[in-house]
Design a protein. Structure first.
Lengths: 160, 293
């Protein structure tokens, strides 16, 4: 099968590569672009580990072929850190609040909650639960994740 | 968990999509959101030879009022419909149901039309299409045709769409009456899962608080979402008091054909469907009276 040229705006930079149509966006990110921060879990849209931000909204990168994302803007977990390489307030809060154990779901959780805080700087616990409703975590029981997001939201509201 | 090889084209107009479908035979599929098709392809339950990407077709996206109807173009993202002020105002039942469709990440790509053509027996959008007697417009190189929701869904995951046809839009009638209310209830394992059973009701009260008009459907308890006309008929002209609703819903056992799966046995699904129907009707009544927001 023929390959297609795919160009993305990935974390603010234009990147391209070639892939068959059947290559999902997450495989393209990891295998073609060496961006391995985005994890692959179930590969059929159940676990949320592969969440990325697509044109400003969180999606699952295993449920879209890379060729369909051609010309679109993608933010992955690598794009959340500050320009000086320091952790973002949200990432910092995950660390501080022990919002992970094995870390497998963490990139997806960070993407889902980053997208939430962009839209809603002061979410309720219920709204956080709704935002991570599509992301599975088998370690934390979710409570520390909710606490981390609340703590990050508070910090981010204080920073002008 | 990787899709079998396929070819891919991106089209810019509906005519191009129809032409590509007609030229490429039965193995070609339209892709828009892909939130069901991509996993089916990963599991190789679907194996199209060609995907026709309609995400760039502007004429297949948008929400508008046309006369007494709310029209949603097939490629409109579920998130757009869910956040649409027009949808919330004109067809609040649909807005309520949309909040139960998948979760944020799938709603951001998934489309209204995609859910209709997928025809999952537990899906919310087909349920509302059945309840409100929506019409579905499809197009092929042979022409256009308009299909009533009651005819569109034939069985679980099966519609009457021909292999060369592309869904264009779905048209929901807006009820003109003043004292309308809606109700929607669903039970699922987790928020983002398909419904074990769900019910949707829309009801109009007359000046004496009797039931003047009622439309009621359930999903998850039959191969497709179904209208429960015998229940509707038995409530017409009566005051929809709780006891009256409970009695009217007893007949539901005879109207459904629930199937067992790993999540619920047939008996449980049937009982849940009946309870959801009762609650949907009583919420619709309370909203028509202004007791419930």
């Amino acid at each position: 099968m023929s390959e297609y040229k795919i160009t993305l705006e990935l974390n603010g930079h234009e990147v391209s590569g070639n892939a068959e149509a059947r290559i999902t966006l997450v495989d393209f990110l990891r295998d073609n672009l060496d961006q391995t921060g985005t994890h692959i879990g179930c590969e059929h849209g159940v676990c949320g580990a592969c969440s990325v931000i697509f044109d400003g909204r969180p999606i699952r990168s295993c449920l879209i072929y890379a060729v369909m994302a051609n010309g679109h803007k993608i933010t992955t977990v690598e794009g959340l850190e500050k320009t000086n390489g320091a952790l973002s307030p949200l990432q910092d809060a995950f660390w501080e609040n022990h919002a992970m154990q094995c870390g497998y779901c963490t990139p997806g959780m960070l993407i889902a909650t980053h997208a939430l805080l962009q839209e809603n700087p002061d979410p309720s616990d219920e709204e956080i639960r709704e935002a991570i409703g599509g992301n599975l975590c088998r370690c934390t029981g979710y409570q520390q994740i909710i606490e981390a997001v609340q703590s990050a939201a508070k910090k981010m509201r204080e920073i002008p | 968990m990787k899709a079998a090889p396929f070819d891919y084209i991106r089209v810019n107009t509906l005519d191009e999509a129809c032409k590509a479908l007609s030229e490429s035979g039965e193995d070609a599929r339209i892709i828009a959101g892909g939130q069901t098709l991509v996993p089916l392809m990963a599991m190789r339950l679907a194996r199209p030879s060609l995907l026709i990407d309609i995400n760039d077709v502007e004429e297949l996206s948008g929400i508008s009022i046309e006369g007494e109807h709310l029209v949603i173009k097939a490629g409109t993202r579920q998130v757009k419909a869910l956040s649409s002020e027009i949808v919330r105002k004109k067809i609040p039942l649909l807005a309520e149901a949309l909040s139960h469709v998948g979760h944020t990440q799938t709603r951001n790509l998934g489309t209204v039309g995609g859910s209709l053509v997928n025809a999952d027996p537990s899906a919310e959008i087909p349920l509302i299409a059945q309840t409100l007697e929506a019409t579905i417009l499809v197009q092929s190189v042979r022409g256009k045709r308009s299909i009533a929701a009651s005819e569109f869904f034939e069985a679980a995951m099966v519609t009457c769409l021909a292999p060369d046809e592309c869904l264009v839009e779905v048209c929901f009638p807006i009820w003109p009456e003043k004292r309308n209310g809606y109700g929607f209830h669903e039970v699922s394992i987790r928020d983002s899962d398909y419904a074990l059973a769900a019910a949707a009701a829309q009801l109009t009260l007359d000046g004496s608080d009797n039931c003047k008009k009622l439309s009621l459907s359930i999903c998850g308890a039959s191969p497709t979402a179904i209208r429960l006309k015998p229940v509707e008929e038995s409530l017409l002209g009566k005051p929809p008091l709780n006891q009256v609703i409970v009695e009217a819903c007893e007949i539901i056992d005879d109207l459904i054909d629930p199937q067992a799966d790993v999540h619920a046995d047939a008996n449980y699904r049937g009982r849940v469907a009946k309870v959801m129907a009762r609650r949907a009707i009583s919420d619709a009544r309370d909203r028509a009276k202004g007791f419930l927001k």
